[in-house]
Design a protein around this ligand. Structure first.
Ligand code: GLN
Length: 304
């Protein structure tokens, strides 16, 4: 398979579609990003990396960070984790509050904001220096030491965190958050502010392609069963209220972020990261989904 040729072709087909989405505007640090950027990178199980366009430009990974924090927590927890967070698609926007009251403060899944806050809260119980541990974990998965928080994004997120605070306090009233809200929101906003390139992101999901083993260190990160579960969660919940549509159009488990990044995988084969900051109405990269739909169509492979 000539992946370089395939992504170059798709890049040229999708590039004229700039202008169909809208850059995230809930914080100034993201609203000011140049919308006309677009990159694609692929990492494969034989250790190769392919890239095109702005694939070496850093951007805010936002909710893609939820995959890393969930991995760190799943590593330590077994069945008991699923008592404090569910594993059903929510069918609601990522920052929605509606289901939480009648579901007694148990978020539907770990990828909506409420669920991610519960996961980060448990991570803080496990790691005394959570921000440092998150950064180190991501660096190891991406096989790159050059990964940092973007302080201006983190500050901006913290200033506009009212809704995430509300989600947190509401769950705390049901006893589903242990840590002080200010410290929880600080860790959460920092994890969302991590900046990475498409190349680093594609590499950083290779442990999920590789059934739980980090191919760059040989270290087992998750058991085969937990790796399967995490991939299943990405397939059913990775794109919020667009998860069904993404599975229908693309056919790969993946995760998006409002920075415009998407990473998706085919277990045993490859990981692909796409970035373009213009979002559709569900908060997922418009050109990212277009690219991935064309990719699985062109290579004639998906997980199905
Ligand atoms: N920082 C964002 C938030 O919590 C992340 C959301 C996202 O990427 N979908 O609202």
């Amino acid at each position: 398979m000539n992946y370089q040729q395939i992504i170059d072709k798709i890049y040229n087909e999708v590039k004229p579609l700039f202008g169909n989405g809208k850059v995230a505007d809930y914080i100034p640090a993201l609203a000011n990003v140049n919308p006309k950027q677009f990159g694609i990178a692929i990492a494969t199980t034989d250790g190769k990396v392919y890239g095109t366009g702005d694939y070496q430009t850093k951007f805010s990974i936002q909710s893609i960070s939820k995959v890393f924090t969930l991995t760190m927590v799943m590593h330590h927890y077994d069945e008991e984790l699923w008592e404090c967070v569910g594993r059903e698609p929510s069918g609601s926007p990522f920052n929605s509050l509606v289901q939480l009251e009648y579901e007694h403060g148990i978020p539907r899944n770990p990828f909506i904001n409420a669920g991610a806050l519960v996961i980060t809260d448990r991570l803080m119980n496990l790691y005394p220096r959570p921000k440092e541990s998150i950064l180190n974990f991501i660096r190891e998965m991406a096989d790159s030491p050059d990964i940092y928080f973007d302080q201006s994004v983190a500050r901006s997120e913290l200033e506009c965190a009212d809704r995430n605070m509300a989600l947190g306090y509401f769950m705390k009233s049901f006893g589903n958050i242990d840590n002080a809200m200010e410290s929880l929101i600080d860790v959460y906003c920092n994890q969302c502010s991590v900046t990475m390139t498409c190349e680093e992101l594609a590499k950083s999901f290779m442990y999920l392609v590789n059934h739980g083993v980090n191919p760059y260190t040989g270290q087992r990160i998750l058991s085969v069963s937990k790796s399967k579960r995490l991939n299943a969660l990405m397939l059913t919940c990775g794109f919020y209220d667009e998860s069904g549509d993404f599975a229908f159009r693309v056919g790969m488990p993946g995760k998006s972020g409002v920075g415009g990044g998407i990473v998706a995988i085919i277990p045993g084969k490859l990981s692909i990261a796409v970035w373009s900051p213009e979002l559709d109405k569900h908060g997922n990269s418009y050109m990212g989904i277009e690219t991935l739909e064309r990719f699985t169509t062109d290579i004639g492979k998906s997980i199905f």
